[in-house]
Every structure is written in structure tokens, then in C-alpha cells.
Design a protein around this ligand. Sequence first.
Ligand code: DHB
Length: 433
Amino acid sequence: MKKLLLTFSIVASLFANNDLRFNQKYSIKTIEFEGKIYKIRAYENIPYVKNIIDKDYQSFNFYILDENDDKKLQKAPIFLPNFIGGYRSAKITYIDDKSPFTQASLKALSNGYAVILAGFRGANNIKDGEYFGKAPASIVDLKALVRYLHFNDDLMLGDANKIISNGTSAGGAMSLLLGLSQNTNDYDEYLEKLGAAKADDSIYAISSYCPITNLENADMAYEWQFNDNYDYKTLKFSDMVDFRKKREFVTGKLNEEQIRESKKLAKDFVAYLNSLNLVYKGKKLNLNDDLNGSFKDYLTEILGADLNITRSKITLAFDKADLSSAENELFGDNTTKANHFSQNYESKTDKKLVDLMNIMNYLNNDKAAKFIRIRVGKLDSDTSFAISAIVALKLMENGFNVDYKLVDGVGHKGDYDLDELFAWIDEVVQENN
Ligand code: DHB
């Protein structure tokens, strides 16, 4: 009896300590995809850090087909979508909760992939009057989760060396940042504080739809693209920016002051773009003082962008004077709802923090994920096409395998081309076998 009690208390204390080791207990669920029924193993509600702040946002579910071939299950690539939108939090998602965003995961499961559906903190998280998901919380949580998967690769089915991350908009930006900033120490102090597993944080491949990134330069890029294009069709409420929400619009025209600012920012973008020294097929991409040039030709002639679509954002598009944007809220802190973050304002967030969210600082990391797929709809006016083009061009120049396209007839959304997405994933996971 005594021995039993002792055993009990050891087990209980292990549990209380949360040693971050994976519990292999699962239940069986059934899913339906394209008219077929599949039986899957469901491992649910697993915290991925020791010092949990809120389990809805720092736990995950793990799913894989229920098959007998253990060897095959061990080798299954792991599909890791994040449902981060508007730089807001994403609550843990269940495969059977009928979310419209789980289609890609159902497809992954039916293809024999393992799937992780996790929660991540974001700018809107608040508890007892304190914010707990401001920058860089979402990317830190993603990294902590990936570390957990490597730390437990021996106990979990699926192959932690074949993680494919996927996201849209703010989540597309986080997907890129996850794979491009891997193996740096820049986020360590935050991971340490969370009690993240001490393990590798690397993923294998990146899928990103319409990434909203390079935030501190996005205002300039926006006014460059939409110069002389002053009629707008903007969101009725600022929180509708989150791609997960239904959008309603109001129309109008920029006022004189906004037009003045727009002209100045467009000029500033020319200097910024030229400072990047972009190259495509050995040819330099530039802009002239009249806002035209080879970089613009690349967008229109090579990518097929129509730069005359209607703007959806009012000048300034991202770092707003009244601090009302999703990005302003991202850069708040524990007690501050929102802050400025760009050179357009004197008082702003610490540059170090803004840098932790900006992909531009991680485009030449030789330990980054090597396979990158980026898609942006040609009707998407949430950010300038220049933003994703700059990222793709720099990555290509630095030797990455980049599949980058603008897609006809598509607005601000993701996961609309699942057959092509999975054809790409199937191909890249074969590369290092
Ligand atoms: C998202 C969209 C935006 O226009 C933006 O500025 C930030 C985030 C999104 O859908 O995630």
C-alpha cells in the first residue's frame, strides 16, 4: 500500500511539473473528406509549454490516420496550419468542430499526413486587465510548439524533421517567420520564460498565403502601389481586417492631407526599394523618381499584377495616427492597447521588438527552411504586392527554393488551391528522403 501511494505521488508530481513529454493516449475519431470516411487517432488538449498562461492558446491537438503500419505512421510528414488572423489570437481548433479553416487539414490527413491544430496567443488576449499576447507572443508560441514536436519525436507518430507550416495573412507572415528565423537565438529569452522545451525549432517547408509583413515599411509600399488611386473601398470596422471574419465595406476618397501624405510615402518607397538592391535573373530591379521602373515592370509583366485595383486602406494604411490598426495593437504591451512602430512617428515601440516580427531580418539565414511557397491573390489590396515580391526576390537571390505566384481572381484569403498546395508539399517532402 505504501509503495502504491509512493508511486502515486511520483506520478502526480510528474504531472504537476508538466515535463513536456508526450502522453501517447488517444481516442478514435472519424472524419469525412470529399465523401470518404477516415478513422483517425486523436491526441488532444496537450500543453506545449511549461508555464502556461492560457491553455486555450498554448495547447495543441495531434491527429493521424489510424493505420496498422507503425513505420509508415512514424514517417508521416506533419502539416502545421496556424489560424492566426489580424495578428489576433487563435484558439485551439478540433478537427471535428466544423471550422471552415480545417479543409486543408482534412486533406492532409486523407493524404496520410499528421496534423497539428494548435492555439496561439495574439494581440487581443487580455486577462485581469493585462494583455498577454502582444508581439512577439504568436511567433514565440509557434516556436515553442515546434520545439515540443522535436523534443517528443521519439514518442510521437509523424516525423518532426518534415514539418510543413501553413498560414494566411498575419498567419502567412508567421508561417514565413517561423521557418526563416529558425535556429537563431533571437527569441530565446521569451522561450525560456515560457518554459519551452529545449530542442530544435526547425521546420522543413513553408506555405504562406498573402503574408502581411514588413510592417514598418508597409505604409510606403502601399502608397507607392496605390499612388494616384485615391478612391477607396475600406472595411466598415477595423477588426474586420482579420481574414477569418466576414467583411463589410464603405467607400470614399482620400482627403487633401491624406493625398499629401500618400505622395510623400510613395517617394520614400522609391528610396527604400532601391536600397534593397533587388535582382531578378541577373538584372537589377529599381524605381525612378516618377515611381516607374524595372521593379514595377517585374510586378506587372512577370507577376501579372494589376496595379489599378481599388485601395482598401486609407493613408496611412498600417501605422495609423489614431492607433486603430491591427498592427498598432500588435505592438502594444501588457498595459498598453496599441503603439506606433514605424519611422512615421517619433514615439514608437522598441526597434528590437519590431525586428523580431519582421521577415526582412531573416532572408539570408543558412539554417532556414529551404522550401517556400507563397501565394497572393491578384485582387488582394490588404498590402502592396511589393511586400511579398521583395521577400520572394531576396529569398531566390539567396538560393532558396521559392515558388511564388499571384493568382487570378482571388482576394485576401488562403487555402483556395489545395490540390496544387498538396502537389507541392508531396514533391518537396520527397527531396531529402
Ligand atoms: C490581416 C489583414 C490585414 O489587412 C492586416 O493589416 C493584418 C492582418 C489578416 O487577415 O490576418
